[in-house]
Design a binder for this molecule. Structure first.
Ligand SMILES: [Mg+2]
Length: 340
């Protein structure tokens, strides 16, 4: 990307700040009929869809048509009349010009499939990452990244639940910047590189609704590297924001037996965390490859760590993948993870 893109990025950051605040306001009056299940059983709300429509329309108006990978599509609230009506009502309030035609377009345009390595600019959008947390009043975040030739080059995530509400913004090579959602000066976000002192607990992120086995697994990661483990509850890309903000030392997401994590749940945080100086990589210390399309099909895990803990956590999770028979990269190829 060219340095003259600074104005474009600032405009996108402001758009995401507005979108996050609109979602905060919409949460206060969210009727039960606006919360529905997708065909895959996951939760979605009329706000998720309305935000996607708002954000993609603004991006197209400001920067022209670009390929998009977005989470929501026509099936998200398709056939759910009450949820659709709530979505239309939100959009009338936010942008009176956005109607059924714009809704249909914004839900049809985010289905890009396949490698993005040959594309100069691809938006990756999750209008609300952590919809369960949004409904529960817990952690959630609107997340937008720009990929260039498959690599995140710009990211902006809105975090109403972190440090009283912050927007994290990063352009590749220019650091990660945190600004209050309510407005104010940006501060550079820098993760601590100071190693844990002997006996100091490692603060590790666990899901808010963690199962007993997820909790036990996380505690054993701390123990395996010789430290007690304190669990910090968070979900969605907000878990990585906790590391960036100094509220946790490590957050990770494992692929397990699945087909690979969705790119929109990680791409922005990969850049934000790296630009903040965190260690970001896979269990083999390789890069997180965001270029494969809708999923991170080439990675066993996304690990985000402060305080020089990345390689140790990576080794521990690699052993676990081998023990559980889910390792794909135990051969240890992969470009070495880049430190911030
Ligand atoms: Mg989402």
């Amino acid at each position: 990307m060219r340095s003259t893109d600074a104005a474009e990025f600032e405009s996108v950051a402001e758009l995401m700040r507005e979108a996050t605040l609109l979602a905060v306001a919409a949460r206060r009056e969210l009727p039960a009929h606006a919360i529905v299940q997708k065909p895959d059983g996951s939760l979605v709300t009329a706000v998720d869809v309305a935000l996607q429509v708002l954000i993609l329309n603004e991006l197209e108006q400001r920067f022209g048509a670009r390929p998009v990978i977005a989470e929501e599509d026509a099936d998200s609230i398709g056939g759910k009349e009450d949820a659709q009506a709530h979505c239309r009502a939100l959009l009338r309030q936010w942008r009176p010009g956005l109607g059924d035609r714009e809704i249909a377009r914004a839900l049809a345009c985010g289905g890009l499939e396949g490698s993005t390595r040959d594309l100069d600019a691809v938006w990756v959008l999750d209008p609300i990452d952590g919809t369960q947390g949004y409904v529960d009043g817990d952690h959630w975040c609107p997340c937008l990244a720009l990929l260039s030739r498959g690599e995140p080059v710009f990211a902006v995530n809105g975090h109403p639940s972190v440090l009283g509400g912050v927007l994290l913004v990063a352009e590749r090579g220019s650091g990660c910047w945190s600004r209050p959602l309510k407005g104010g000066d940006a501060k550079r976000a820098m993760v601590s590189q100071a190693p844990l002192t002997p006996g100091e607990p490692m603060r590790l992120v666990a899901p808010a609704r963690a199962t007993a086995s997820q909790i036990a697994a996380r505690r054993s990661v701390g123990e395996s590297i010789g430290h007690p483990c304190t669990l910090v509850h968070s979900d969605s890309q907000a878990k990585y924001a906790h590391v960036i903000a100094g509220l946790a030392d490590v957050a990770y997401s494992r692929r397990g037996n699945g087909p690979g994590k969705y790119v929109w749940d990680h791409a922005g945080a990969v850049l934000l965390a790296r630009e903040a100086g965190a260690w970001v990589g896979d269990t083999n210390e390789g890069e997180v490859d965001c270029s494969l399309g809708r999923r991170l099909g080439g990675n066993d895990a996304v690990i985000c760590a402060a305080r020089d803990l990345g390689p140790q956590v990576a080794a521990t999770l690699a052993e676990r993948d081998i023990a559980e028979g889910t390792s794909r990269n135990s051969a240890g190829h992969g470009e070495r993870a880049r430190h911030g």
